[in-house]
Design a protein around this ligand. Structure first.
Ligand SMILES: Cc1ncc(C[n+]2csc(CCOP(=O)(O)OP(=O)(O)O)c2C)c(N)n1
Ligand SMILES: [Mg+2]
Length: 589
């Protein structure tokens, strides 16, 4: 045993969880930690705003399935990350925040004017699953272990450790920390009886369906899930969180929010739901497309959190546990089950592909002004097949989703929180996770891109060659559309539009990234190819038709999007349809 300072002990504790990266801005509370972490070969990633580090951590998590650790500077730094903590809670990211603060002495100090001091935990009261303040050095191990335990139990989410300055001098003389399996549940398997019931239901099902959420992808279970889908020989419905398709499952995967997806849901008699919270956008598994047959349809639900069972809808067979354990269990339980793909599958696949082709054909292919749909088609047709897709923004993001020209194996966006502005940072996190093995594309609206545009410097510094395709209408386009939908075509649209002067290609170049400026549709693909070849972070500024970007007309998926807020006919999540003539009846958000 050797005497070690507290910050070495903290590195030991996070390494016991397999963490290899720390996110945060340097600060006296963390100097010793960062120096020791870097000495041990860990990656330290400093953002230009605390909030954006949560999005980078999120992107990294979604491509590794491993918990993330963020170190926040006392006072204003911690306060700046409050929005990011909410984001991680809503997006189910197991993040451990190490929040610096001044000495605990200040907590009860009555005198006014405390510089960089605030009682911090109340800021996070609704955003973290656990708060531990290290009052005494000997509590360090147990508080860290509890933070990792809670972050990764049940629905994953953020936890909060307060690390006051008075601890910096603490020294330890302890054996190395134990592996995670000694202090928390690292495997959570389903019970044998429920597995047997699941097998019976699936074996006897006439029209089973596999309903996939983002969880299976985040947990890197692509291959085991593909094996399961193969055994079940059934269609796969992707929740709205997912645009990725399991390897080899292209012919049988459908978005839930599509005509074919709706038909598949309606005719199904057994649903196996994995990695989804069965939330509003899935109409709780009982409204909208599920309505038909709801009384007799059986549900098998793989879910870590026992308190989620039966909440959004009744569940016939709960498989409570970690999908990383349960999917292999299901594969084993289904050994010997022989099923044939449904006879109707080719017709659905054909209809799905024909609808996409019809959508492609409906996009005006004029050279100028560039139609937003054209950006999606031209930018994504030249990307490598294994590109990771990140989406951000309003209308741009919807066009991108509907018209992407390759089949992503991994995709991400703020599907639960419905936030914008996280794109650049999230793309960087995804790129960090895959190194130089795969490329990451960010398909984004211009306003969303501006939130954390300073992170282009981080992308350059950390050598993260993300490709950012920016739909530029110099506007909050979807909000302009919403003004019109609510107040008529000729309505004023206060603050929906901003400067025509902005040039993202030049901004990119000023940060040392690759920049492209495009005004004509035929120039998009060559610009993306040059960006890929540059090997640098790249920004492709595409000037888009501002008219096409400020209307809901023809925005793909918009009519389905209106159903995303709960059960059928709900209006903004409130039971009941919109009152006649109510503001907002023209738009569902
Ligand atoms: C953090 C956050 N702020 C605001 C919104 C509401 N919002 C959704 S889309 C949108 C407009 C986005 O504009 P842009 O990124 O330029 O995309 P466009 O619609 O122009 O394609 C806004 C303000 C949100 N979802 N999240
Ligand atoms: Mg815009």
């Amino acid at each position: 045993m050797t005497v070690q300072p507290i910050y070495h002990r903290i590195v030991d504790l996070v390494q016991a969880e397999g963490v290899d990266t720390l996110f945060g801005i340097p600060d006296p509370s963390f100097f010793g930690l960062f120096i020791e972490a870097e000495r041990r070969g860990m990656n330290i990633v400093s953002p230009h705003h605390e909030q954006s580090s949560t999005h980078t951590a999120d992107g990294y998590y979604r491509m590794t399935g491993k918990p993330v650790v963020l170190c926040m500077n006392k006072g204003p730094g911690v306060a700046n990350v409050a929005a990011g903590a909410s984001f991680l809670l809503k997006e189910n990211v197991p993040a451990v925040f190490i929040m610096a603060n001044r000495q605990r002495y200040y907590e009860q100090k009555v005198k006014r004017g405390k510089m960089q001091y605030m009682s911090q935990p109340p800021l996070f009261a609704n955003a973290v699953k656990y708060t531990g303040i290290i009052e005494y050095p000997q509590q360090t191990d147990e508080i860290f272990q509890e933070a990792f335990r809670v972050a990764q139990s049940g629905v994953p989410g953020p936890t909060y450790i307060e690390f006051p300055l008075n601890l910096l001098g603490a020294k330890f003389d302890l054996p190395p920390p134990p592996p995670a399996s000694r202090y928390r549940l690292v495997h959570q398997r389903a019970d044998a009886q429920s597995l047997a019931e699941a097998r019976t239901l699936l074996e006897n099902a006439k029209a089973p369906v596999l309903l996939l959420g983002q969880g299976g992808f985040v947990m890197r279970m692509h291959d085991a899930l593909a094996e399961l889908a193969g055994k079940l020989a059934c269609p796969i419905l992707n929740s709205n969180a997912v645009e990725a398709v399991l390897p080899g499952m292209d012919d049988r995967t459908f978005p839930y929010s599509s005509p074919e997806g709706g038909q598949i849901a309606a005719q199904s008699d057994v649903v196996l739901a994995i990695g989804t919270e069965l939330g509003e956008p899935l109409n709780y598994g009982k409204g909208h497309s599920w309505k038909e047959g709801n009384d007799t349809r059986k549900w098998i639900y793989v879910e870590r959190d026992p308190t989620a069972i039966g909440v959004n809808r009744p569940i016939d067979v709960p498989l409570v546990g970690d999908l990383r354990d349960i999917v292999p269990q299901l594969n084993e339980a289904l050994a010997g089950v022989k099923r044939d793909l449904p006879a109707g599958l080719p017709a659905w696949t054909k209809a799905r592909d024909a609808a996409k082709q019809a959508l492609v054909d409906s996009v005006p292919n004029t050279s100028m002004p560039v139609h937003p749909g054209q950006v999606a088609i031209e930018a994504t047709r030249v990307l490598p097949e294994d590109t990771i897709m990140v989406r951000d923004g309003g209308g741009a993001s919807m066009w991108a989703s509907a018209l992407v020209q390759f089949t992503p194996r991994d995709s991400m966006w703020s599907s639960n929180w419905g936030a914008i502005g996280n794109g650049i940072s999230m793309a960087m996190g995804a790129q960090m996770a895959v190194g130089d093995k795969r490329r990451v594309v960010l398909l984004t609206g211009d306003s969303a891109f501006m939130f954390h545009i300073s992170e282009l410097e981080t992308a350059v510094r950390k050598k993260l060659p993300i490709i950012c395709v920016v739909w530029v209408d110099h506007a909050w386009g979807l909000e302009a559309a919403s003004y019109k939908a609510n107040f008529g075509e000729n309505t004023p649209t206060p603050e929906a539009r901003w400067s025509q002067e902005v040039r993202f290609d030049k901004t990119a170049e000023s940060f040392g990234a690759h920049g492209e400026y495009v005004e004509k549709a035929e120039d998009i693909a060559p610009a993306v190819e040059r960006a890929l070849a540059s090997g640098k972070p790249a920004v492709i500024h595409v000037e888009c038709d501002p008219m096409a970007m400020s209307t809901f007309a023809n925005v793909p998926g918009f009519s389905e999007f209106r159903h995303w807020y709960g059960e059928d006919d709900d209006f903004l999540g409130v039971p009941g349809v919109a009152p006649d003539g109510a503001a907002g009846s023209g738009s569902g958000y």
